[in-house]
Design a protein around this ligand. Structure first.
Ligand code: MN
Length: 200
């Protein structure tokens, strides 16, 4: 995971790494304009307002998330979660799947890529309320899927986070309304597996 540091005492708003229209059919430009431009922007602004005097000045974003509590944690956690979420997407492509070492680990720990996808979506659908489903690497080098409520992130459990689906309703309600399962199943088409493999 690349280290994100504050610049002149504040964390910068991460730019979308693609044109807002290229995910259409899975995530609309309208959803992105709210999700990135409004929700993430508010988390970044709130975190920056709370940073002075918090004792967390000068730490990287991951270190802030590991140490913060209360409102500071809620906002910093959501900045880290959304930064990793938006980074992992690319234009829709056919036969989108991991390769190499990452595919080998998935097949070793889940049996097959399809079995992994099924379990990941089930855990996303089964998460009650707002939160995130994550694929991470644990300290023993094994892949694990965790459900993280609200602003939680696997770094707080000592895991290395690789891939995430946002199951907050703001991530899908404009495009899918209550159909969370349909939204999560569609996300596989836009995962840039090179980004996920770089996080290993
Ligand atoms: Mn979100």
């Amino acid at each position: 995971m690349k280290e994100i540091m504050p610049v002149n005492g504040i964390f910068e708003m991460p730019a979308l790494p693609f044109e807002a229209s290229v995910l259409k059919g899975v995530i609309s430009a309208e959803t992105l304009s709210f999700h990135h431009g409004k929700h993430l922007k508010a988390y970044v602004d709130n975190m920056n307002k709370m940073l002075p005097g918090s004792g967390l000045e000068g730490f990287s974003l991951v270190e802030v998330v590991k140490r913060a509590e209360g409102g500071m944690f809620n906002n910093a956690g959501q900045v880290l979660n959304h930064t990793m979420y938006f980074e992992q997407f690319a234009a829709k492509c056919d036969n989108n799947k991991p390769e190499g070492k990452l595919l080998s680990l998935i097949e070793r720990d889940f049996g097959s890529f399809d079995a992994f996808k099924t379990e990941f979506v089930q855990k996303g659908v089964g998460l009650f309320g707002s939160g995130w489903v994550w694929l991470s690497l644990n300290a023993d080098g094994k892949l694990v899927i965790t459900q993280e409520p609200n602003a939680e992130n696997p770094v707080r459990k000592g895991l290395k986070p690789l891939l995430t689906f946002d199951v907050w309703e703001h991530a899908y309600y404009l495009d899918y309304q209550n159909r969370r399962a349909d939204h999560l199943a569609a996300l596989w088409d836009i995962i840039d597996w090179r980004v996920i493999e770089e996080r290993l």
